[in-house]
Design a binder for this molecule. Structure first.
Ligand code: BG6
Length: 495
């Protein structure tokens, strides 16, 4: 694969996302030879900085956050020659003229029409003004070369998501719009498709006849950190389930696409969202659980409860945990529950998908033989462990017939020596290559909102809550255990 000469314009150049993710990702792409020879990174923001100061900041960010460790002196010197800063005012037409001039200067110098990627690493309140001004300044007219990347949240509810889509559709061609969901760039997440569709043994059992239930669990030890102002208006449903968890669910549940083509794949994913069962207020009561963390202890250290966090309303009813039981009403999945949970300040940081298969139809072994009988499970661990394990029953060595559960494991660490790229590396490279496969499409975003809106509105209407209802570093509220226990299952977690 060869990437074309590219100019990146990063709105929010002095922000957290650029520091932690974008700059390190671009630097690692450069180290690994994925950036074209001719590239330019223009950070932009309101802060007054010179190119030199901006380069110095990026150097520190890379030292702090790059997967490849501290920046190498020589490599950095080469990289930073292509880094610039432009002070900007999102509302001012002059700002955009200046971008235009810079792009044209590169085009003249490189003697080629470069790709231009406008990356909006800014609060969504700026999306309308920046995108409209880009279009007004005619910077995005070249459909083949110019792309616009936007970060979630893609709206706050169905209505605002529709509004945003309408705005973007009025300004740009569909193939210029890149909605980033960084989960889709994770190695292990991309591998779900490889695993499902490049192996012949899975498809025959990948359905309601063999699968009893599916769990998707994305738990974090971190609290809300310094993002209280954003998070308090959002919550776990909007922040995680609407996008990351439903995207994972789609990858597990989708039909086989006919080719590895962006729209083929996204069509199959949106089919899943359309097939998902809608919630009545009574369903919400039975199948949706929310929680909020109270203070708690980890390794002798106390952390505050959510309501005591900075920039959070002390009476906040925002959920920091959500667990939902979904159904996908189609031939493949009829009757198979998909339990999904996510939350902050939980016992463990891990993202795991568990496919639990049905039990054998008839057990021939005496009860004593099956000491730890466990139905077959396929466990896709996304992070921090990157592995796929199949749990099967095996005979324990010895003279008596004792069965126990063992794991057949494919783990990245033991199999590959090269370091996996970060999600943002994959996704930034894809924007350069013009490949939208791993990006959310506008209709997917709306379908996901449409699914969760009844849950959100039922929750908003019910005011009496018992928040906070779980201690920091626990596994979440008891009602989440009850949700799955009612069906005879328990949440699975890796040790
Ligand atoms: C982000 C959410 O999209 O994903 C955060 O806004 C969350 O609240 C983060 O912490 C989790 O991402 P990761 O890659 O650390 O699992």
């Amino acid at each position: 694969i060869k990437s074309e000469p590219t100019v990146f314009v990063i709105f929010g150049g002095t922000g957290d996302l650029n520091a932690r993710k974008l700059a390190p990702a671009l630097y690692n792409l450069f180290l690994d030879g994925w950036l074209p020879k001719q590239f330019s990174i223009i950070g932009t923001g309101r802060t007054q900085l010179t190119d030199e100061q901006f380069r110095k900041n990026l150097n520190e960010d890379i030292n702090n956050f790059s997967r490849s460790g501290k920046a190498d002196k020589e490599k950095w010197a080469e990289f930073q020659k292509n880094v610039y800063y432009q002070v900007s005012d999102a509302k001012d037409a002059e700002t955009y003229k200046e971008f235009g001039k810079r792009v044209e200067a590169h085009a003249a110098e490189w003697k080629v029409r470069p790709n231009v990627i406008y990356y909006l690493a800014v609060s969504p309140t700026f999306f309308p003004i920046i995108t409209s001004n880009l279009a007004k300044a005619k910077l995005t007219d070249d459909v083949e070369h110019v792309r616009v990347v936007i970060e979630k949240p893609f709206g706050h509810d169905l209505e605002s998501a529709k509004e945003l889509n309408k705005l973007l559709a009025g300004l740009f061609d569909d193939k210029q719009i890149y909605h980033i969901d960084h989960y889709l760039g994770k190695e292990t997440v991309q591998n779900i498709m490889a695993f499902r569709f490049a192996n012949s043994i899975l498809e025959p059992i990948w359905n309601r006849n063999y699968i009893e239930h599916v769990q998707i669990s994305v738990t974090e030890q971190l609290g809300v950190e310094d993002r209280g102002d954003y998070y308090d208006g959002s919550g776990a449903m909007r922040d995680m389930i609407q996008n990351h968890l439903l995207q994972l669910l789609c990858l597990v549940a989708m039909e086989t696409p006919v080719s590895f083509n962006a729209d083929e794949i996204r069509n199959r994913k949106v089919d899943v969202l359309h097939a998902m069962r809608r919630f009545s207020p009574e369903d919400v009561r039975m199948s949706a659980v929310r929680g909020q963390y109270a203070k708690g202890w980890m390794e002798g250290k106390e952390v505050p409860g959510y309501r005591e966090e900075a920039k959070v309303d002390p009476n906040s009813n925002t959920e920091t945990f959500a667990a939902i039981k979904f159904f996908v009403d189609n031939w493949r999945w009829q009757g198979v529950p998909f339990y999904v949970r996510t939350g902050k300040r939980l016992h463990q940081s891990s993202s795991v998908i568990t496919i639990q298969f049905k039990d054998v139809p008839h057990k021939i072994f005496p009860t004593e033989a099956a000491e730890s009988w466990q139905q077959n499970r396929l466990i896709i661990s996304i992070q921090p462990e990157m592995s796929i394990r199949l749990q099967v029953q095996a005979k324990r060595p010895g003279l008596d017939m004792i069965l126990n559960t063992v794991d057949m494991v494919f783990d990245y660490k033991g199999t590959y020596t090269n370091q996996a790229p970060e999600a943002y590396e994959t996704l930034l490279l894809d924007t350069m290559l013009g490949d939208q496969t791993l990006f959310m499409r506008g209709d997917q975003i709306e379908a996901a909102w449409d699914l969760i809106m009844p849950i959100l509105s039922t929750w908003t209407n019910k005011k009496s809550l018992n928040f906070p209802n779980y201690s920091a570093y626990s596994w979440g509220p008891e009602s989440a255990e009850a949700l799955i226990a009612r069906d005879g299952f328990t949440w699975f977690s890796l040790p």
